[in-house]
Design a protein around this ligand. Structure first.
Ligand code: SF4
Length: 188
């Protein structure tokens, strides 16, 4: 039988999600867009055909869907893409989900990003309740970076990620010759 979540009455208790090994499902990754401002060679062709808008959940639908999962016991939510921060209006969704942190059943709201938009959005993300973002950079070599990402430039943020503090954020980085992986934590 298929559970008809859409028919649940507001406020009605829903059975928690349990996997086949009897473990509660408390972590969910949600892709908010298939679009990206990079064209990494290992990810998508340069002339990418994205899904038509009509086939992509609206921000309101995503909020509703995430809300149902939170009601079903999801405590940690990670937004991904594509690049989540290129979706127009995504901050509205992030703010709405951020309001569910604590009293609303959600414990953590995080983001995976290529970092390209982070200098622009870091303050608003922190204000919305995001306490951690993960940034993965394939290389610290500017030429190689452009070769890999095609459309990406090793921006000031990318170069400084992990060394240069963005307002309200501190970072933990794993650096190697070939790539950098950075987790940024909000200080709010
Ligand atoms: S940044 Fe991520 S989503 Fe964007 S093209 Fe590269 S691998 Fe794909």
């Amino acid at each position: 039988m298929t559970a008809a979540y859409g028919l649940a009455q507001p406020g009605a208790a829903l059975a928690p999600l349990i996997d086949p090994f009897a473990r509660a499902i408390t972590y969910l990754r949600v892709s908010v867009t298939d679009r990206c401002d990079f064209r990494c060679v290992y990810c998508m062709p340069e002339t990418m055909t994205f899904l038509p808008k009509a086939e992509v959940l609206s921000l309101e639908e995503l909020e509703r869907l995430c809300g149902v999962f939170i009601d079903l016991g999801v405590k940690r939510l990670r937004l991904t893409g594509g690049e989540p921060l290129v979706r127009r209006g995504v901050l509205e969704l992030i703010r709405a989900l951020g309001r569910r942190i604590g009293t609303g059943g959600l414990e953590e709201l995080t983001l995976t990003t290529n970092g390209s938009q982070l200098t622009r959005f870091a303050g608003e993300l922190a204000a919305a309740g995001v306490r951690r973002v993960n940034v993965s950079i394939d290389t610290l070599d500017p030429e190689r970076f452009t070769r890999i990402t095609r459309w990406g430039g090793l921006t000031r943020f990318s170069k400084g990620c992990g060394r240069q503090r963005l307002r309200d954020w501190r970072s933990k980085s794993i650096w190697s010759r070939s790539r950098a992986s950075t987790t940024m934590h909000s200080m709010r």
